[in-house]
Every structure is written in structure tokens, then in C-alpha cells.
Design a binder for this molecule. Sequence first.
Ligand code: HEM
Ligand SMILES: *[C@@H]1O[C@H](CO)[C@@H](O)[C@H](O)[C@H]1NC(C)=O
Length: 329
Amino acid sequence: MASKVAAVLSCALLVVAAAGYYTPPGPAATCGLKVGYYHDRCPQAEAIVQRVVGDAVRRNPGVGAGLIRMLFHDCFVEGCDASVLLDPTPANPQPEKLGAPNNPSLRGFEVIDAAKTALELACPGVVSCADTIAFAARDASSFLGGVDFDMPAGRLDGRVSIASRTLDFLPAPTFNLSALVGSFAAKGLGVEDMVVLSGAHTVGRSHCSSFVPDRLAVPSDMSPSLAASLRGQCPASPSSGNDPTVAQDAVTPDALDSQYYRNVLAHRVLFTSDAALLTSPATARMVSDNANIPGWWEDRFKKAMVRMASVEVKTGNQGEVRRNCRAVN
Ligand code: HEM
Ligand SMILES: *[C@@H]1O[C@H](CO)[C@@H](O)[C@H](O)[C@H]1NC(C)=O
């Protein structure tokens, strides 16, 4: 009985049990994934994704930010199984990509399509869409910041994708520290993972609607000069017809670097969830270490990305390798 239960438990629940709530996370728990998984199955696989992502990021660095965020949004909802890529169908008209956290802000879908097309030409039916997202997020990190790391692979693609679950599992920009810690803990990730992965807000953009009501329309701890600059870029009441975007990191908007943490310390960040990192001594200490010690954040970001990319992965008979990332086989 116990072993039967263990067999159906998702990998991330085992990680939670092993890691504990406030314990610093140990070595990456890769849940049956392997570095070099495609070396004997499709030797060109990682190089193909890297080429497609490199071309796309050179044309538009924002797409690289989108791909890093895509991994997060995929992994937190049904696990890292490419459920975020499924298009609506008559049988499933509201998949994840139409959920509020993804629509219309999530970007990079066409890069995954281009990579998958090239992968199917080289090795039909071999490379999963879930692994393609993980490789693409890894490669985007490299192209935007020279943050280079191995990404284990072997994930299968899922068949379930439900818009409302994005709101159940993805933290909102209005979350306070305990809510943020809770949503990462629910995925087997620790407090430091949350702090370190939030550093991805050193690239990319945000729609005004994601922070105006919470941070500009009411008093907040935001630096008055940043607030003034954002008021100049955003309408007082953003709506779907009038919702411009602004840079997350006004200092180095396209560089994946530790500038985010210096912005947090200077109260020059967009979201309540960013500012919340200063609201406990332990996380404030992590922020200042990431801000001030060269290489500290980069080191931890690489490991945290691999841990996030291992959340609730499907292997064995739990999924499939999709032919087209937008539809189940
Ligand atoms: C800690 C909780 C987090 C919250 C509340 C949060 C929330 C948000 C929000 C509201 C946006 C702006 C979306 C828009 O309006 O266009 C955003 C953008 C972004 N987020 Fe997060 N996020 C979190 C964690 C993460 C993590 C873990 C990653 C990846 C490791 C990530 C990567 C990004 C990136 C790269 C962007 C810019 C996307 C683009 O330019 O297309 N975020 N996030
Ligand atoms: C954080 O947010 C949760 C959920 O909204 C709320 O229940 C809790 O009281 C808040 N905690 C603090 C310390 O403000």
C-alpha cells in the first residue's frame, strides 16, 4: 500500500517531504531527469533549441524574458509538462494560456513552435515540448545574462490544461511574503528559491494593470521618483484597451543580472511581491547578499531554475511526446 501511494505521488511532493518548509534546499532534486538525456536519442536536440532561441533573443530580448517566465508558469500549473502551450479546442475551450496570469502577457510561444518544428524534422516524435520549454528558458538565461548551466531532461508532455488552475497556483503580484512562500512551498520550493527566482524580474516588462491599482493608486513603499516615472507611462486606470507595458528593471532592462536586488533595496521595483522580499530579516538578508556579493545570485539562480524545472515532472506512462506543442496527440 505504502509503495503504491508513493508511486502515484508526484515528484514535487517527495521533494517537499525531503526539503522541509524553511530548510535551505539541498542539491537539485531532478526527479528522474538526466543531463544529456537526448545525447543518444537526438544528439542535435539541445543545439537546435539553442540556435532558435538565440535567433529570437537577438531580434527581441523581451522574448527571452518571456521564455524564462514561461518555464515558471508551465511548472507551477500541472508540473513542467507543457500544459501552458495547449491551444483551446471545442472540448477544452479554456486552457491555461487563456488564464489571467498568461493572457495576454505570456510571450515566446512562436519560439517554442519554431524550435519544435526543427526538432521534429531532425528527430520525429522524440523531444518533448516540456523539455523544449526548459531548454529554451535555460538558453534565454544564457543569451540575456551569460548565466550558463546544464538542464536535465526527460519530461513528458501532459494532456490537462485548465485556465482556472493558473489562478490557483501562480502567485499574484499583490501577494505578501507569507503568501509567496506558501505558493513556492506548495511546489516543493524553498524560501531562498523564491527570493532567487524573483531575480528574473531583472528582465522583461510588465503591463501597467499588474501594479497600478496596488502600488500607484494607493500609498506604497515605492520610491517617489520611480512612482512618478511610472505614472508618466501608465494610465491611472489601465483597461484591456489601454494597458501599456513598462520595463521591470529600469537600470539594465535586457540584462539578466543581480540589478533586481539593488532595485529591491532602493524600493525601485514594480510589485508588492518584489517589495515583500524586504519584509522579513531572513529574506532581506538574501536580497542584500544577492545585491552585493559578485556571483552569489547567478550561482543560486542556476540551481533554482533546475529545481523549478523539476516540479511535478511526468515520466514513464504519465504523459506523451507531443508532435505539435499546441495540441495533444
Ligand atoms: C515570486 C512570485 C512572482 C510573481 C508574483 C510574479 C509576477 C509577475 C507579473 C505580474 C509580471 C508582469 C506580467 C505583465 O503584466 O506583463 C511578471 C513578469 C515576469 N516574470 Fe514574474 N512573478 C513571480 C515570479 C517569477 C519567477 C519565479 C520567474 C522566473 C524564474 C519570473 C519571471 C518573470 C519574467 C521574466 C517577467 C517578464 C516577462 C516578459 O517580459 O514577457 N517571475 N511576473
Ligand atoms: C498575507 O496575506 C494573507 C492572504 O491574503 C493574509 O491572510 C495574511 O494575513 C497576510 N499576512 C501579513 C503578514 O500581512
